[in-house]
Design a protein around this ligand. Sequence first.
Ligand code: HEC
Length: 241
Amino acid sequence: MAEPSVSTAARLRIIAFLFAIRCTPRDSTAVTTAGKPSGTWEVFADGFAKVDPIVSVSDAVYRPMGISIGPDGSMYVSDSEKGKIWRIMFKGDKNKFGAQQLAAMEKEKSNSHIRMPDEINDNLDKDKPSSAAKLYDTYCRMCHQQNGKGDGARFPPLDSSEWVIGDKKRLINLVLNGVQGPIDVKGKSYDGTMPMHAFLSDNDLAVVLTYVRRSFGNAADSVNAEEVGRIRSKIQDTRSK
Ligand code: HEC
């Protein structure tokens, strides 16, 4: 029997809404590297939710939520709709499980009621804003506002601001370090405090800075993670001197 492992759980998540009572001891190659699914997905359980595809989670008759593996290798799946706990275990002869059984399982994937997981179309977040917009929403919007125009008082605008569309290095420095004290933006003086954003990764900063340089009517060139990284290490060098 395969070792209890996170990768089994991860694979179950991929096929989260496919369910039938059939479990197999799986070849050890499919269950390896720490916490990451390393094999292809397989159907050992289907029809769990009784609706397919699930558009709204409330459509599911049973909705698998928690997963756990017992010492004997049984898999326990909890359901959040009816409060049921499912135990999935292999009932056959483990010693006789082999190539033929694996082939039969493989064949199951072609049954008409089995829907192949589709990473793009099954992603219910696919119509949500891009990660760039999400980063802006999370880290900048509360002050600079959704439309990037600031609030006209404490928070300066980012649209056609020289600080945003001008020199990239200055922009990267500003967002990494934050700003304090008087600053002129589009002919108006601000005297507030913007917190430092060095907690964001080089990549996230590059993405969000590219976003502000290209949104709100701005059309400046992009910022990449290497540019952010270079300036971050310069700042660190200066600090350690
Ligand atoms: C807590 C509020 C706050 C957050 C969050 C914030 N800022 Fe600021 N930001 C300010 C304030 C206040 C100033 C002006 C500082 C001053 O007066 O010295 C400023 C100034 C700026 C400036 C220079 C002036 C301008 O308007 O062009 C830029 C560029 C900027 N922020 C970008 C960002 C970006 C990008 C993020 C998100 C990663 C962000 N800020 C998050 C408050 C904030």
